[in-house]
Design a protein around this ligand. Sequence first.
Ligand code: F6R
Length: 244
Amino acid sequence: MMSMRLYQAKDYDDMSLKAANILSAQVILKPDCVLGLATGSTPVGIYKKLIEWYKNGAIDFSGVTTINLDEYIGLSRDNINSYQYFMRQNLWDHVNISPENTHIPDGTTGDVKGECLSYERLIARIGGIDMQLLGLGQNGHIGFNEPGTAFDKDTHVTKLSDVTIEANKRFFEREEDVPRSAITMGIKSIMQSRRILVVASGVQKSEIINKAFFGPVTPSLPASVLQLHNDVTLVGDAEALSLI
Ligand code: F6R
C-alpha cells in the first residue's frame, strides 16, 4: 500500500534544506541510526547543509552509521570518480562520523560475488537501514538497479545501461572512462529500509517522477516499486514535480 508524503520545494536549495531537515531529524531522534546514502548530483546540497549543521553544533554524527547504495567496479577508493571518494569529499571528511562506521561496496575486490554477499550480511549486522536516501535516474533506476531488474534482488553486480553511462559521463574525461558495471544494493535491500527519502530536482526528472509514483508498478521502471513501501517521503523541487 502506498503511503507517501510529498513535499514540494521551490528550487534545488529549498529541496536540499527540506531533505536535510528530514535526515537530521532522523539523527536527532535516533543518534545511533543507520543512514543509507546516495551519490550523484542531487544529494550534494543536502550534504552541504548537514555539514553546516554539524559545524554549528546542531547535529552529531558520532553514533551514526552510514551505508551507501552502490560503487563502480574497477575504480579504486582514491579515484576521484569513485563513490567512496565522492562520499569522503562531500560528507564524511567534514563531520564527526567514525570512518569504521561508513560503508560502501569495494569496487576493486577480486571477488565481487563475495563482496555482494558480505554487503548484505553487513546490512543485517548493523541492524538494517533506518532511513535510505535515494535519487532517481532519468530511466527510473534506484541505486544502480536498471530497468528490468527483478524486485527480489539483493546486493548484486550490474551492468550500467547506455542511458546511465550517457548521464554519468559528465563526471569523466572521456565516455570510455565510465565504468560499465557496478555493485549495487538490490531493490529488495532498498525496500527493507524502514523509511525511504527520495529526492529529485530539475525538469529532466519530472516525467520519471510522475510515472514512478503515479503509473503502474513494474520492473521496467524500478522506482515504481516504492509505491509498495509503507514509509516513503518524496522531496522534489517545483520543476521535478511539475507534471504531478
Ligand atoms: C547514486 C545512485 C543513483 C543516483 C541517480 C540520480 O548512488 O545510486 O541511482 O541517485 O543516478 O543521480 P543524480 O542525482 O546525479 O541525478
